[in-house]
Design a protein around this ligand. Structure first.
Ligand code: PLP
Length: 426
C-alpha cells in the first residue's frame, strides 16, 4: 500500500470523502488521490517521495511556482509583525491600489476570503443596485458554491454529475436563467423577452470549469451590449482568468469592460483570498457606504495580503505574461504534437497561461454540449498514464490546466515525451 493510499483511508474516517473539496477525490479519474508533503518550483512531491511536474498550481494561485522566495520572505516578515488584527492595515490599501491599477474597470475593491465569496457578493450587489432578482449564468460555468450560481454548474459539480445541487430552494434557483456559453442569439432572445427584469449577467470570460473554452469573437461584446441596453450589471468572474490570461485579466485580453469583477486564486498568492470590485457608482452600494451588506472576520488578513501583494508585484514585471503565455503555448502544442504523431484525435486550446485538451475529433471546442460529448474514458486513461510518468494534470476532464513561471523548457519537453508515450497506449 502506498503512503497516499494509507492516508486516504485514514482521511475518509473523518472527512467527507476524505477531501475538503470534491474534485480532489479523483472520482473523475478513478484511483487514489495523491497526498503531497512538499512543493518547490514547478514540482510537487507526494508522501511516497515521487516528484510530479505540476499543471494545477493549487488550482491557479501558484502562478510563480511553489515556494517562491519573494512570497516566503513577505510572509515570514509579517508573521513576526502580527497574524491578524481584524482592523484596518496599510497593506490593505496597498493591495487595493494595486488591484485598481492593474484592472482599470475597478474603481473600488473589497477583499474577501475566497472566490465563492467574491462572486456571491457581486450577485448580491447587482441585485441590490438594480432592485431586480433574476440573473443570467452560462451552462458549465462555475462560480463557486453559491446557492444562486450552483445551477447547471461546471467544475466538481459537473465532474461528480451534480450540476444542480440538492439543498438549493427551487424558489431561489428559479431566479437563475441558464443560457449556453458562446451562444449570442440565445442571450439576445432572452434579453428581448425579459431584459428589464435581469439584475446581472455573470460569466467566466474564458470558461475554465468545463475544461478551457475561450469566448467566440463577439460573445463578450454582445453581453456588454445587452447589459447596456437593459441596465443590467455585467459581472466577469475572473477568479480563474484574473492576472493569468493577462496582467489585467481577460477583460484586458479581450478588450471588453465589465461593471463588476470577481477575483480569487492568483490574488492571494496561495493564501485564502478573493476580492470583488468595479464601478464606483455600483460599489458605493456596499456597506458601510450603502445598504448592501457584506462583511468578513478575516477579510484583508495581513498574511493573505502580503502573499497576494508580493505575487501581484512579481507578475507586474514587464514581459512576465508574454513569457508565461509562450510556455503555455509550448505545452499546448506539445500535447497536440504527441496526439498527432500517435493518431489520437485531440483538440487543444488556451488563453494566456491556462490551457485545456479534449479527446475529440474537432478542430475547436466552443460549446458545453461538445465538452460533455468528449471521450471521458480516454481522458481517464491519459490522466492515469501521465500521473505514472510524473505529470500532475487536473483530475477531471472539466477543468482547465495552468502553467507557472517556474516551469522550464526541460519540464515541457519531458511533458511532451511523456504524453507521446501515454498516447500510444490509448
Ligand atoms: N469562480 C471561478 C471561475 C472559479 O474557477 C472558482 C473556483 O475554482 C470560483 C469562482 C470559486 O472560488 P473558491 O474555490 O476560491 O471559492
Amino acid at each position: 500500500m502506498t503512503q497516499s493510499e494509507t492516508l486516504f483511508e485514514q482521511a475518509q474516517k473523518y472527512i467527507p470523502g476524505g477531501v475538503n473539496s470534491p474534485v480532489r477525490a479523483f472520482r473523475g479519474v478513478g484511483g487514489t488521490p495523491l497526498f503531497f508533503k512538499h512543493a518547490d518550483g514547478a514540482y510537487l512531491y507526494d508522501e511516497d517521495d515521487r516528484r510530479y511536474i505540476d499543471y494545477i498550481g493549487s488550482w491557479g494561485p501558484m502562478i510563480l511556482g511553489h515556494g517562491n522566495q519573494i512570497i516566503k520572505d513577505a510572509l515570514h516578515a509579517q508573521v513576526d509583525q502580527g497574524i491578524g488584527y481584524g482592523a484596518p492595515t496599510a497593506i490593505e490599501t496597498e493591495m487595493a491600489k494595486k488591484v485598481c491599477e492593474l484592472v482599470p474597470s475597478i474603481d473600488l475593491v473589497r477583499m474577501v476570503n475566497s472566490g465563492t465569496e467574491a462572486t456571491m457578493s457581486t450577485v448580491r450587489l447587482a441585485r441590490g443596485y438594480t432592485g431586480r432578482d433574476k440573473i443570467v449564468k452560462f451552462e458549465g460555468c462555475y462560480h463557486g458554491h453559491v446557492d444562486s450560481l450552483l445551477v447547471k454548474a461546471g467544475s466538481g459539480a459537473l465532474t461528480l454529475g451534480v450540476p444542480n445541487s440538492p439543498g438549493i430552494p427551487a424558489s431561489l434557483a428559479e431566479h437563475t436563467l441558464t443560457l449556453a456559453f458562446n451562444d449570442i442569439e440565445s442571450v439576445r432572445e432572452t434579453f428581448a423577452k425579459m431584459g428589464d427584469e435581469i439584475a446581472a449577467i455573470i460569466v467566466e470570460p474564458v470558461a475554465g470549469n468545463m475544461n478551457c473554452i475561450p469566448p467566440v469573437p463577439g460573445f463578450l461584446e454582445a453581453l456588454r451590449e445587452v447589459c447596456d441596453e437593459h441596465g443590467t450589471v455585467l459581472i466577469f468572474d475572473e477568479v480563474m482568468t484574473g492576472f493569468r490570461v493577462a496582467l489585467g485579466g481577460a477583460q484586458e485580453f479581450y478588450g471588453v469592460t465589465p461593471d463588476l469583477t470577481a477575483l480569487g486564486k492568483v490574488i492571494g498568492g496561495g493564501l485564502p483570498v478573493g476580492a470583488f470590485g468595479g464601478k464606483r457608482e455600483i460599489m458605493e452600494h456596499i456597506s458601510p457606504l450603502g445598504p448592501v451588506y457584506q462583511a468578513g472576520t478575516l477579510s484583508g488578513n495581513p498574511l493573505a495580503m502580503c502573499a497576494g501583494l508580493a505575487t501581484l508585484n512579481a507578475i507586474s514585471e514587464p514581459g512576465f505574461h508574454d513569457r508565461l503565455t509562450e510556455k503555455t503555448n509550448a505545452v499546448r502544442d506539445g500535447l497536440k504534437e504527441a496526439a498527432d504523431s500517435t493518431g489520437v484525435p485531440l483538440a487543444v486550446q488556451s488563453a494566456g497561461a491556462m490551457f485545456g485538451f479534449f479527446f475529440a475529433d474537432a478542430p475547436k471546442i466552443t460549446r458545453f454540449d461538445q465538452v460533455v460529448a468528449c471521450d471521458a474514458e480516454r481522458f481517464k486513461k491519459f490522466f492515469q498514464g501521465m500521473l505514472k510518468e510524473g505529470v500532475y494534470l487536473a483530475p477531471s476532464a472539466f477543468e482547465a490546466s495552468f502553467t507557472s513561471a517556474a516551469l522550464t523548457d526541460d519540464d515541457i519537453r519531458q511533458t511532451t515525451e511523456a504524453a507521446r508515450r501515454v498516447m500510444k497506449t490509448l
